[in-house]
Design a protein around this ligand. Structure first.
Ligand code: ZN
Ligand code: MN
Length: 254
């Protein structure tokens, strides 16, 4: 199988793939953020990378090195900034990273870029980075951008199988069943099943306060328990997400 990872290609090979073959360039976007005592700090960028790589293999794309630091972890969806190891960017820094990276892909001759996001807090800053890049590229840009959160491609029927007792919602799924099951699929060696905490689900008010109420966050950093995570659930989720994102990329970029 031919190489799909940009950082393992030499530049002439990359140029041939991007300019000659019109390969879609995938930019995984994640975070370096605590994910409980059972998952690695890199979970968000590792999953964004693996999903992008799975799709790139199907559609003949290239995966660029991930943006591995993300916007600040928020209490109600990522546990917050008070955990050791969580390493976050100001919005302006992240926006600049996205804008500059897309501008460089355009200079390379890329015609299609897909931002695959694995960290919820990044969402609007990725959009702003894309917006600024597109404004720089002018009214008829040579490049089109697609942006997505991989979990949006999970259907209700699959979530119903994964959560027979009811889906708690994506916000509380930080370091919980979805991410843990997907990590069991891609990198079982990085999951410590014996260290999954029984914490949660966390209960938050409808609003936020600053400084945040860190006492509302379980001390483990997990917002709902990952104890129901299994490799088989990871297989279902990864298969569906890979299938459906591949279909979307083919639809947009043929
Ligand atoms: Zn995560
Ligand atoms: Mn996150």
């Amino acid at each position: 199988m031919s190489e799909i990872l940009m950082n393992r290609m030499d530049w002439t090979n990359y140029e041939q793939r991007v300019r000659g073959d019109g390969a879609v360039v995938f930019l995984p976007c994640g975070a370096t953020e605590q994910h409980g005592p059972h998952l690695p700090l890199g979970t968000d960028h590792i999953l964004a990378h693996e999903v992008a790589a799975g799709v790139a293999r199907r559609v003949g794309g290239i995966v660029a090195p991930a943006l591995s630091y993300g916007y600040k972890s928020q209490v109600k969806c990522g546990g917050g900034q008070h955990f050791c190891g969580t390493t976050s960017l100001d919005a302006a820094t992240l926006i600049g990273n996205v804008r500059d990276t897309i501008r460089e892909f355009a200079r390379h001759g890329a015609r299609a870029v897909v931002l695959c996001n694995g960290h919820y807090e990044n969402t609007w800053f990725l959009i702003e980075g894309i917006e600024l890049a597109m404004r720089e590229l002018g009214p008829s840009p040579s490049l089109r951008v697609m942006r997505l959160e991989y979990w949006d491609f999970m259907t209700g029927s699959t979530l119903g199988k994964v959560f027979p007792e009811g889906f708690p919602g994506f916000a509380l799924e930080h370091a919980a069943v979805l991410e843990t099951s997907m990590m069991l699929h891609y990198h079982p060696d990085l999951v410590r099943l014996d260290r999954i905490p029984g914490d949660g689900p966390a209960h938050f008010p409808e609003y936020e306060t600053f400084p945040p109420y860190t006492h509302l966050v379980p001390p483990s950093g997990v917002l709902s328990s990952a104890r129901a995570a299994t490799r088989e659930k990871g297989d279902w989720l990864v298969e569906e997400v890979t299938d459906r994102i591949s279909a979307a990329v083919r639809k947009e970029f043929g």
